[in-house]
Design a protein around this ligand. Structure first.
Ligand SMILES: [Fe+2]
Length: 195
């Protein structure tokens, strides 16, 4: 009999919950969550499930995350994200939330930016501070407020994301790639999904 989704996630969830019971700074906790992420990325059962995770419908106006788990006590969530070849994101931040991001299959380029204006201007001045490829095995920790953009490679890209809380219900900063105009919009729509 194949493992249930709950059985696949449970060992990770238990170790993550233990990190919330410790006195840790957010930064230290999220570094530790990053070290736990291989438990999910290296799970053959999860990799097998991921082959059938749906990509957003063409023309979907908002990004979408599959929502696998939301912790009842500590509120962290586990998401799946499928990008079609060459899908990209606007330059955006994740507002006040922490994110740990790992790719299960495919790869994507991530560019991180620093805002060099005072942060209040309607048009941002941005300086790229990092530019790297996230492929299976690379684990990215994204602190609050960090502007970045993601560009999927030639294949379907599947990522597993752990976030400090469910997103989609509060505004995140978005920066237009060309005009650098800053707007606020809710993050990815959360689609509850039974693993
Ligand atoms: Fe992001």
């Amino acid at each position: 009999m194949r493992d249930s989704g709950d059985q696949i996630l449970r060992p990770f969830v238990e170790k993550a919950r233990a990190l919330w019971r410790k006195e840790l700074s957010d930064e230290a906790r999220w570094r530790e969550i990053g070290k736990l992420l291989p438990m999910l990325l290296e799970s053959e059962a999860l990799q097998e499930r991921a082959r059938s995770w749906p990509a957003p419908q063409p023309g979907a106006r908002r990004a979408q995350n599959l929502l696998f788990y939301e912790d009842p006590d500590y509120h962290f969530v586990i998401n799946g994200l499928v990008k079609r070849p060459h899908d990209d994101t606007p330059i955006h931040d994740h507002a006040h939330t922490w994110t740990v991001y790992g790719v299960l299959s495919g790869s994507e380029r991530v560019v991180r930016f620093r805002r060099t204006d005072d942060g209040a201007a309607p048009v941002a001045t941005l300086e790229p501070i990092d530019d790297y490829v996230v492929a299976p095995g690379y684990i990215d920790v994204v602190p609050p407020g960090l502007l970045h953009a993601e560009y999927a490679g030639d294949e379907r890209t599947v990522a597993v994301i752990v976030r400090s809380e469910r997103v989609g219900g509060f505004p995140q900063n978005m920066v237009d790639a060309k005009t650098r105009r800053v707007t606020q919009a809710p993050g990815p729509e959360q689609i509850p999904y039974q693993l």
